[in-house]
Design a protein around this ligand. Sequence first.
Ligand code: NAD
Length: 359
Amino acid sequence: MYKITLVPGDGIGPEIAKVARECIDRLGLPITWDFQDAGETAIKKYGTPIPETLLDSIKKNKVCLKGPITTPIGKGYRSVNVALRKSLNLYVGLRPFKSHKGVRSKYQNIDLVVMRENTEDLYSGIEFERGKKDTLEFIDFIKRRRKGRIPLDSGISIKPISVTASERIVRFAFEYCKKNRRKKVTAVHKANIMKFSDGIFLEASRRISQSYPEIEYEERIVDNMCMQLIQKPEKYDVLVMPNLYGDIISDLCAGLVGGLGMAAGANVGEDCAVFEPTHGSAPKYKKKNKVNPAAMILAAVLMLEYLGEVEPSRKLEKALAEVIKEGRSVTYDLKEEGDPSVVGTKEMGEAIIEKLKMT
Ligand code: NAD
């Protein structure tokens, strides 16, 4: 019997979460859902975007399926996703990117996995606001130590990269390769410029790679990596990198497989894991029965695989892939612009459930 925390989330979250839940329920597994609020929805109820009840539920159930959460830009509360990753120590951001037949994309046969370090780097949340006393003191400290001159009207974000966190994510990437018969790990960095932060990540990658002689290892500077992924993505397999590059390269890879509507991720720690679509809460489409539920379903596929339910996981992925390949009951983003045969989120979900009934 599994008890799983389900966070429908904000914006389009509840619509795609409902479809994913109905698909999973159709698989007949012994799952009970523990519904929880986060983000805007939780603020209305509890006055905080991350209520204790949510954290307690994930800690207890160990597994969570989560819809997208709205984060106000430049003001208001900090990202719930970042806070969840930090407070549950979900140090791995695992994102597989695979081409699906029927999805409009310039690329076919993409099969990449991005491993993003999830807990530090510029996402540490350590920031100094422009003009504040601490910020001016910090700028003065840098000047006195002859480390450089920072304009007084600057804001500052800190980028910590540790040996511990770097080794942990790189080891996870190699272990993943071993388990999933992957052949190559590429470490992505900018150590030529950030010698004391990315330099640590690169050294850790080199060190850990030596324990896995059977797996090929190589390195790419992040800007070159972006170009290589556009020009010859077939050359790459598992990519491991610090937090910020992971965020950006994930979106690049989502573009290779047909956009954010087709990309999902797992945030994994020692004790628990949170599965989610990569896209956001697309507020303009809220309650419009419009968006593609595929990324949320792919998040569910990853979750079932994590639970060891490999057969049901494959079954769900296959049903989704068939609906997309047939191209009849799919949402606007999977059709030519202006195609009148576009269906809504709910109808695409029903088509996937029909496929599940047939297998
Ligand atoms: P977004 O991903 O929500 O939407 C960008 C555009 O992508 C949408 O307008 C839509 O055209 C398209 N899109 C997104 N999901 C789709 C789907 N399932 N099917 C079809 N098309 C889809 O990005 P945004 O507008 O930059 O962010 C909106 C909010 O979401 C922000 O508050 C942001 O912080 C948050 N966000 C949350 C997460 C998360 O919870 N993991 C991730 C990214 C952004």
